[in-house]
Design a protein around this ligand. Structure first.
Ligand code: MF3
Ligand code: CO
Length: 256
């Protein structure tokens, strides 16, 4: 990945807002498809159709060879689950992650949703993961640095007895799905590149949280990331804009 951080112009930001709004709508469609008896492929179909109907492109499809519009990750699967024949059942938690490309720019968001009644631990994990995002964006302002965001996410998650994934991180976003800078969910070691936040940056803050230990593995399908200890995992992501005041959550919707 190039180290260049692309600062977006006013007109580029307007297109980012539109791409992100479509991504947020697609996430809502995916959330509504988390129902007992539906397959992960059916969840992907609901997301995919919404993106296309909105005049956008499902940017994950074909990205580095990924075979679907949506990453659908169940229970101990953290991210990058490949939709397929797996049936979602009551008690499962399902993470949905997607990107929408519109007029040359990309919006990216994710969330974890319960199917029916889930365990108390699962409910707490979902809530803490989402809240960790909101802890992180408190520092997504001019005057702070990237590491301030990850530090806040990490402290909040660990304070609730869970752990943050180290092997995957958030990222800048714009014309590219993954632009500089990296946005870790932890406090990076001293001396690592830690850019200042600047007005016009668009970034994805995406806590990936494990109920147990943070170590992960990749399955033989070369995509699905699972917790090594088999513990549950959750994910929550929004595309945000750094302004000269409060950050703007571009992929926000009222039901997430
Ligand atoms: N949307 C994911 C992210 O947060 C990327 C998905 S990987 C892909 O960066 F291959 F599916 F695109
Ligand atoms: Co992302």
């Amino acid at each position: 990945m190039s180290d260049t951080i692309y600062i977006k112009s006013k007109s580029e930001i307007e297109i980012m807002r539109q791409a992100a709004r479509i991504a947020a709508g697609a996430r809502s469609m995916g959330r509504q498809a988390v129902r007992d008896g539906l397959t992960t492929r059916q969840i992907d179909k609901a997301v995919h159709e919404f993106i296309v109907k909105s005049g956008a492109k499902p940017s994950c499809l074909g990205y580095a060879g990924f075979p679907a519009a949506t990453c659908v990750s169940v229970n101990d699967q953290v991210i990058h689950g490949i939709p397929g024949r797996r049936v979602v059942r009551n008690g499962d938690i399902v993470s949905i992650d997607l990107c929408a490309g519109y007029k040359g720019f990309i919006g990216d968001c994710a969330g974890t949703y319960p199917c029916g009644e889930v365990s108390e631990e699962a409910q707490k994990l979902i809530a803490v993961t989402r809240e960790a995002f909101f802890e992180g964006i408190r520092f997504a302002k001019v005057g702070y640095r990237i590491a301030d965001i990850g530090g806040a996410v990490q402290d909040y998650v660990e304070g609730h007895g869970f752990s943050v994934v180290r092997d995957f991180v958030g990222h800048g976003i714009g014309r590219g799905m993954h632009e500089a800078p990296e946005v870790p969910n932890y406090r990076p070691e001293r001396g690592r590149h830690n850019p200042r936040l600047v007005k016009g940056m668009t970034i994805c803050i995406e806590p990936m949280v494990c109920a147990g230990d943070w170590h992960v593995e990749i399955l033989d399908d070369d995509w699905t990331v699972v917790t090594r200890d088999g513990s549950l995992a959750a994910h929550y992501e929004n595309t945000i804009l750094i302004t000269d005041g409060e950050p703007e959550i571009l992929t926000m919707a009222d039901d997430i």
